[in-house]
Design a protein around this ligand. Structure first.
Ligand SMILES: [Zn+2]
Ligand SMILES: [Zn+2]
Length: 439
């Protein structure tokens, strides 16, 4: 595993969680591509040859059971070790889009070592592999291999920096560095590995973004919506100087999205930013984006929700007893227009008027949608029919997709398609940072 605060001087091994205890999965099918170069280690002690190409694994009270493995019984842990990097083990089912409304089950082909454990009666599957191999897989899991070279290289540098800055450590208690999904970085094994993404890792081998002697915590998202967000508006209060409210554009755009009127104008317009259709027509966007996302518009979009649907979401997620929502009022916005405070005025089940304040981008996105709203940079229209006491419907008009801090993937793509080189792209999204090759 990566060690916090240590800048490695050689390529580290990375542990990626593929199936997590929260997935509550207790069965798994594996298919091994190269029987001769694969072995199985049982209970960290006993090595057995692979006994078949297809292996069924299930969690029982007594431990992990391998169908077809004779004379061993249930085991407490398992390791599949592949001795060359051209083979893979296909695992299915694996969840992609965990926790989001577009979640689905896929199969994933994984290189190197697979570790299987049981935590809380559910499977924990970890893939351990060299970092650069992982990065080549991530670059095109995040976006498609159709993307230009400068974009793939920028994405790889950013992913490597984020990984090695290793600040979040969301899964350290379960013994792995990152999970396979948007919670950390999207990794689908070698499913999307291409010669372009391998070249992207090779051409930028060991290069990271540095600021003040530290590797940058280079977070990124799908689309900023036109202005990048500041670190401290989204996460901890300590600012990171290389994440600022900067227009994602060639020229300075003089706009203050913390003001409601300016935000309204902004969302209802198509400013010429790198992530806008001016740089990438939306008809072409599809071929550059990965294959798990919902189809849709990323720069400007509209979602409608009925009164009843909204009440159900809020009651479920905030454990309240709303009868009806009177009004949704943006109280405070960050520089990209993302919501820092939203007031919900409502009537409770005893017909008393009440109000609750939702704080932070993440919470606003969580509360206003049954899954997760694309972005909190929204303006809200309330549709009320005549004689009705409350709005019948709420219309959310939004800008961007994701938190909007750091590299804007669609913007970086727009830059690369318009001839910007890798270093220009990463310096645009992380101002003041410097590239450094650490191994
Ligand atoms: Zn994660
Ligand atoms: Zn952008």
């Amino acid at each position: 595993m990566l060690i916090p605060g240590i800048i490695p001087d050689k390529e580290p091994l990375l542990r990626v969680g593929i199936i997590l205890p929260e997935d509550k999965q207790n069965a798994l099918s594996l298919e091994i591509s190269d029987l001769h170069s694969t072995s199985i280690l049982i209970n960290n002690s006993q090595t057995v040859p692979v006994f078949g190409k297809e292996i069924e694994i299930s969690v029982k009270k007594s431990g992990i059971e391998l169908k077809g493995l004779k004379g061993v019984g249930a085991v407490s842990n398992l390791k599949f070790i592949q001795n060359n990097d051209s083979g893979y083990i296909l695992a299915e089912p694996v969840i992609a889009g965990r926790g989001f409304h577009w979640a689905k089950q896929i199969s994933v082909k994984m290189p190197y070592t697979l570790e299987i454990n049981v935590v809380d009666n559910s499977l924990l599957l970890v893939n351990e592999l060299p970092l650069e191999f992982y990065l080549a897989c991530v670059a095109t899991s995040e976006m498609s291999a159709e993307c230009p070279e400068a974009f793939i290289e920028a994405q790889t540098i950013v992913a490597r920096s984020w990984m090695l800055a290793n600040v979040e450590q969301k899964h350290v208690s379960l013994g792995f560095d990152v999970c396979n999904d948007d919670c950390c970085q999207r990794y689908q094994g070698i499913n999307n590995l291409t010669s372009q993404s391998k070249a992207g890792a090779m051409n930028t081998l060991g290069q990271v973004l540095m600021y003040g002697g530290k590797i940058c915590d280079a977070r990124y998202s799908k689309s900023c919506g036109g202005v990048m967000e500041k670190f401290e508006n989204l996460w901890e209060d300590t600012p990171l100087p290389y994440m600022q409210n900067i227009p994602d554009a060639k020229e300075i755009i003089d706009i203050d999205l913390t003001k409601e009127q300016e935000m309204k104008k902004w969302v209802n317009s198509m400013p010429s930013t790198f992530c806008s259709p001016h740089y990438i027509p939306e008809s072409q966007l599809k071929k550059y984006l990965g294959n798990v996302d919902e189809e849709g518009k990323y720069f400007r979009w509209t979602i409608k929700t009925s009164q009843q649907e909204l009440v159900e979401n809020i009651n479920k997620k905030l454990k309240l007893n709303l009868k009806a929502v009177f009004s949704l009022i943006p109280m405070k916005r960050a520089g990209s227009g993302r919501m820092l405070e939203l007031e919900i005025k409502y009537i409770d089940s005893n017909n008393n008027p009440q109000s609750v304040i939702i704080e932070k981008d993440y919470e606003v996105r969580r509360i206003l949608h049954k899954g997760f709203l694309f972005s909190s940079a929204i303006i809200i229209e309330e549709i009320k029919s005549e004689g009705s006491d409350y709005p019948d419907e709420f219309i959310f008009k939004g800008a961007g997709w994701g938190h909007g801090a750091g590299l804007c993937q669609i913007g970086a793509l727009g830059m690369a398609l318009n001839g910007y080189k890798t270093d220009k792209i990463v310096y645009h999204y992380y101002p003041g940072s410097k590239l450094k090759k650490i191994y």
